[in-house]
Design a protein around this ligand. Structure first.
Ligand SMILES: Cc1cc2nc3c(=O)[nH]c(=O)nc-3n(C[C@H](O)[C@H](O)[C@H](O)COP(=O)(O)OP(=O)(O)OC[C@H]3O[C@@H](n4cnc5c(N)ncnc54)[C@H](O)[C@@H]3O)c2cc1C
Length: 393
C-alpha cells in the first residue's frame, strides 16, 4: 500500500454492514468513545431497531409487530450521528482497495469495515407441492408475515424443537393455537439439555397441550383441503394451517468468503473480532470469534464493547464471561450454561416435589468442579448462586 492509499483510507468513514443487534450495538458503543469520525451503517432491510428475542414471546405479551420496533432508521441515524442506508445490499468487498460495492454499483471506501450480517434460517429440501409455503421467522418482516397468516389459523406445525421452536410453540399455545412440534431427536432442546432434563422439559410441554412428535422427521408437505398435510417419517399424518421451520441458523458468510476472507462455521475472527483481512472485523450471528459462533444477545454485547475499543485504536480482547441462555417457555422456564470439555452430567428431577423442577450439573472430569448447568422450573432460582460458584471457583 502506498502513502496516498493510506491517506485515502484515513479519510474514509467507518462502515458497518447490518442493522441488527450486532451492527447497532457496536455503533452505539463506538460512539461513546468517538463522537466525530464519519460512520455509515448499511442494511438490506428497513433499519428499524427491534428486539429479535421478543419475536418468540410477543403473542403472550400481546405485542403487535410494530410495537417490537423501538426506533426507525432515521431515529437511529440521529442517535448514532451516522448515515443509515436502508434497503441497500452490499454485494462485494474488495479488501485490497478498502472498498465495498453496493447493489446499484456504487463503490464505497472504508477505513474500517464491520461485518454484522447475521444468519439465515436454515432450510432443508422437503418433498411435496407445499414445500415452499413453509415459513421461517428470523426478522421483523418475517414476523409480520407470520402474524398475518396466524389471523385465520387454528393449528400450527413447527419443525425443530430447539430454543426458537420451543419458544414459538409455548407462545402459540398460550395464544390459543393448537401446536405440533416435530423433531428428529428423542427430547426437545437436545443440544442444550442433558437427556434426563430434556425428558422433563418435554413432559412439561405436553402438559401445556403441545403435541410433541419426537424421534421423527418430516417426509413431505402437501396442500390439504384447508391448510397443509404433513407426512411424518413414522407414517403418521398431521394437518396444520401454518407450518413454521425453526431448524437452526446458518451464518451469512458469502460476502466474506467471496472476498477471500477465512470462513469456517462463521466468518473467522480472532479474539479482537479481526478477520483475516486488514481493517475488516466481524461480530454477531455471522461471526465465529475464536472458533465459535455464539448467536446470543449477551455474547453480542460483549463482542461489541471490545470491538468498539479496537475501532478507536485501543485493541481489546473479547473476554466472554460465563453466559447463561434463558429459554423463554413460561410452561417450564429453563436456563442453561452449556459446558466445554470432558465431564458428566448429574441430574436431579422432581426437586421439592415439583414435577418439573430439575437441576442438572455438569462436573469436570478431572476437578469435579461445576462447568455447566441446566435448571428447569422452580430450580431456575438457583441460577445466581451457581453462576457465582462457577466464577469464583
Ligand atoms: C425468534 C428468536 C428468538 C431469540 N431469542 C433469543 C433469546 O431469548 N436470547 C438470546 O440471547 N438470543 C436470542 N436470539 C438470538 C439473537 O436474537 C440473535 O443472536 C441476534 O439478534 C443476532 O443479531 P445480528 O445483528 O448478529 O443479526 P441480525 O439481527 O440478523 O442482523 C443482520 C443484519 O445484516 C443485514 N445484512 C445481511 N446481509 C447484508 C448485505 N449483504 N448487505 C446489507 N445488509 C445485510 C440485515 O439486513 C440485518 O440488518 C433469538 C433469535 C430468534 C430468531
Amino acid at each position: 500500500m502506498n502513502t496516498t492509499e493510506t491517506l485515502q483510507h484515513a479519510d474514509a468513514p467507518v462502515v458497518i454492514v447490518g442493522t441488527g443487534l450486532a451492527g447497532y450495538t457496536v455503533a452505539r458503543e463506538w460512539r461513546k468513545l468517538d463522537a466525530d469520525t464519519p460512520l455509515i451503517i448499511i442494511s438490506r432491510d428497513d433499519g428499524r431497531f427491534y428486539s429479535k428475542p421478543a419475536l418468540s414471546n410477543a403473542l403472550a405479551l400481546k405485542k403487535a409487530p410494530s410495537q417490537l420496533a423501538s426506533f426507525d432508521a432515521q431515529a437511529m441515524a440521529a442517535q448514532l450521528r451516522a448515515s443509515v442506508w436502508t434497503q441497500r445490499h452490499v454485494q462485494r468487498i474488495v479488501p485490497d482497495e478498502h472498498a465495498l460495492v453496493l447493489d446499484d454499483g456504487e463503490t464505497l471506501r472504508y477505513r474500517a469495515l464491520v461485518l454484522a450480517t447475521g444468519a439465515d434460517a436454515r432450510r432443508v429440501p422437503i418433498d411435496g407441492d407445499a414445500a415452499n409455503d413453509v415459513l421461517s421467522v428470523n426478522d421483523l418482516t418475517d414476523y409480520e408475515r407470520f402474524r398475518d397468516k396466524l389471523r385465520d389459523c387454528r393449528s400450527v406445525a413447527i419443525l425443530g424443537a430447539g430454543l426458537i421452536g420451543c419458544e414459538f410453540a409455548n407462545d402459540l399455545v398460550s395464544a390459543g393455537h393448537a401446536v405440533s412440534l416435530i423433531d428428529p431427536a428423542e427430547v426437545p432442546l437436545s443440544r442444550l439439555l442433558p437427556p434426563e432434563a430434556g425428558k422433563v422439559f418435554g413432559r412439561a410441554l405436553k402438559a401445556a397441550t403441545i403435541d410433541l412428535r419426537l424421534g421423527v422427521s418430516l417426509r413431505s408437505i402437501t396442500h390439504g383441503e384447508r391448510g397443509y398435510r404433513l407426512q411424518l417419517s413414522d407414517g403418521a399424518q398431521l394437518d396444520a394451517d401454518v407450518v413454521v421451520s425453526a431448524i437452526g441458523l446458518a451464518p451469512r458468510t458469502a460476502l466474506a468468503r467471496d472476498a477471500g476472507l477465512n470462513v469456517a462455521d462463521g466468518i473467522v475472527t480472532d479474539a479482537w473480532c479481526r478477520t483475516s483481512a486488514p481493517d475488516i472485523y466481524a461480530l454477531g450471528d455471522c461471526a465465529a470469534i475464536e472458533g465459535r459462533v455464539r448467536p446470543y444477545v449477551l455474547a453480542i454485547m460483549h463482542a461489541a464493547r471490545a470491538l468498539a475499543q479496537c475501532l478507536s485504536g485501543n485493541p481489546t480482547r473479547v473476554d466472554f464471561p460465563v453466559m447463561p441462555v434463558v429459554i423463554k417457555t413460561p410452561a417450564v422456564p429453563a436456563v442453561v450454561v452449556t459446558p466445554d470439555g470432558l465431564g458428566r452430567w448429574k441430574t436431579e428431577t422432581g426437586i421439592g416435589d415439583a414435577p418439573h423442577a430439575t437441576r442438572a450439573l455438569f462436573e469436570d472430569a478431572d476437578t469435579g468442579h461445576v462447568k455447566g448447568f441446566a435448571l428447569l422450573d422452580a430450580a431456575t432460582a438457583e441460577k445466581a448462586a451457581l453462576l457465582k460458584a462457577m466464577t469464583s471457583g
